[in-house]
Design a binder for this molecule. Structure first.
Ligand SMILES: [Zn+2]
Length: 281
């Protein structure tokens, strides 16, 4: 992403990860083709990659609970309403469609863009939201978009830079992009990388490198990429992922809870978020 040729192997060998010596971005080498990625995302929606995905999605359809994830999405929508004044919000990679639903509740005109046809259909059935099916890079987007949201999307893409460039083009001047990614510069990944050096524990450590994540950003290199694309980063945040939704064994849950607590203290939390504005001129 930064153009440096200083690449080093990273983490357990079978994962085929590289780390940039200049910006410390970690990525899978080679990155799968866009076609392979589309097939994997559809499989993920059906629980082919992670068994808990289906259960989690079920919980967020109609009668979704008031839990930390919902409150987090409400916070994002509120922040975007405050900083853009409202208008059209496009959510890229809609998951369940919950963020679109909350955006509409907050007064945005909402539109989703989703690569998994089944995910799009479920969101439309459950929340009545409009969703374009296909790759964001080819989507027929409306003019004058006030806000674009990409929560847990960039790490799944073939080319994150092109996603950010497309978002920049599509936003109206003064519009705001929200991006959230797993934070590689976090206690969770630092612990996982340490564990992966111990042969007996390498399997546990490598579990944070999810099969359909290809890019592992830090707040710094994510910010650099946004600024290179033309955005002005106005606000960055870190947060601990909500563990309540996932099926972990008790020791793994305990370990992750401790790492989350350490992350809060050290400001090395497992999720990184940025709000970035397209300048007026
Ligand atoms: Zn780099």
């Amino acid at each position: 992403m930064c153009g440096s040729p200083a690449l080093r192997p990273h983490g357990p060998a079978p994962l085929s990860l590289r780390r940039c010596g200049a910006c410390r971005l970690v990525f899978v080498d080679p990155i799968p083709t866009p076609e392979e990625i589309a097939a994997r995302e559809d499989a993920a929606f059906h629980g082919g990659v992670a068994d808990h995905t289906e259960e989690m999605f079920e919980a967020y359809y109609r009668n979704y609970p008031d839990d930390p994830v919902v409150r987090g999405f409400r916070g994002v929508v509120h922040q975007l309403k405050e900083t853009t004044g409202g208008g059209t919000l496009v959510d890229v990679g809609i998951g369940t469609g919950l963020l679109l639903h909350l955006g509409a509740e907050a007064g945005f005109r909402v539109l989703g863009c989703e690569i998994s046809p089944d995910s799009a259909r479920r969101a439309t059935e459950e929340f009545g939201v409009e969703v374009l099916v296909g790759d964001f890079l080819d989507a027929d987007l409306p003019a004058e978009i006030a806000a674009i949201t990409m929560g847990d999307v960039l790490e799944h893409t073939h080319d994150p830079r092109r996603f950010l460039e497309r978002a920049f083009e599509a936003l109206r001047p003064g519009g705001v992009l929200y991006v959230a990614v797993p934070n590689h510069r976090s206690t969770t990944f630092l612990a996982a990388d340490l564990l992966s050096r111990v042969p007996a524990l390498a399997g546990l450590g490598s579990r944070v490198y999810v099969p359909n994540h290809y890019w592992y950003f830090s707040p710094d290199n994510l910010g650099q990429l946004l600024e290179q694309t033309g955005f002005r980063v106005e606000l960055t945040r870190q947060e601990a992922p909500y563990l309540g939704r996932y099926a972990f064994s008790p020791p793994v849950r305990f370990g992750l809870t401790v790492l989350n607590a350490l992350g809060r203290v050290t400001h090395l939390q497992a999720r990184a978020e940025a709000y970035a504005r397209k300048p007026l001129r």
